[in-house]
Design a protein around this ligand. Structure first.
Ligand code: ZN
Ligand code: ZN
Length: 203
């Protein structure tokens, strides 16, 4: 009897540890982290001839819009957030490969890809500098700003509004479809301000 009880206790504690591990994993999931990051991030960074739309993870320039692969985007974000300060190789490895199965070669490869997106060649690194002693830093002046939030529905009738649709906004970005705005005499019901055409996003 005693041994049965002991076994049961062990079984329960193993089960408990299992639950705890799952919980810890859930807390560290990239989804949760990503959502938290987006709240504090400015929507857009500008540097040199590029603009990075963080919400869409897209690099914009005269030559078009290019969505960045996940790791490339994360590396660029770390460099931009450091605002010109050196980011150590270890920091990249820890933040971008939290699961740990990574070598410096992976990082070098992703930096190479990023440099490609920024149009850098082997002997001309205009944007990303390799720092002696192990790290990288951003060499361009970085401007960060919040663009229009481009809400995706009318606040009154809930009609879907894509970033290419015409929408009406007030200075606080309360957002309405054209029909609702017209019905309200182009006056925002929330702030009393004027409703005007929201610029459409083309790409
Ligand atoms: Zn509406
Ligand atoms: Zn308003």
């Amino acid at each position: 009897m005693a041994s049965y009880a002991a076994l049961r206790t062990i079984a329960w504690s193993v089960y408990g540890v299992g639950l705890m591990a799952m919980h810890a994993f859930g807390g560290e999931s990239p989804g949760v982290d990503g959502a938290r990051m987006q709240e504090v991030q400015p929507t857009t960074y500008r540097f040199g001839r590029f603009m990075l739309d963080c919400s869409r993870r897209t690099l914009l320039s005269e030559s078009g819009a290019r969505p960045l692969p996940e790791k490339v985007f994360q590396i660029l974000m770390l460099l931009l957030e450091a605002n010109g300060a050196t980011v150590a190789k270890q920091t990249f490895l820890r933040r971008i490969w939290p699961e740990g199965y990574v070598s410096e070669g992976n990082l070098t490869q992703q930096i190479f890809l990023l440099r490609g997106f920024l149009g850098e060649s082997l002997n001309r690194n205009e944007y990303i500098l390799t720092v002696a002693g192990g790290g990288y830093r951003f060499a361009k002046t970085i401007e960060s700003k919040r663009g229009l939030s481009m809400k995706d529905a009318c606040e009154r009738c809930m009609a879907t509004l894509s970033s290419q649709d015409l929408a009406m906004i007030c200075s606080y970005e309360c957002t309405f479809c054209v029909k609702c705005a017209y019905g309200m005499n182009s006056t925002c019901p929330n702030c009393g301000g004027e409703l005007t055409k929201r610029p459409r996003r083309r790409r």
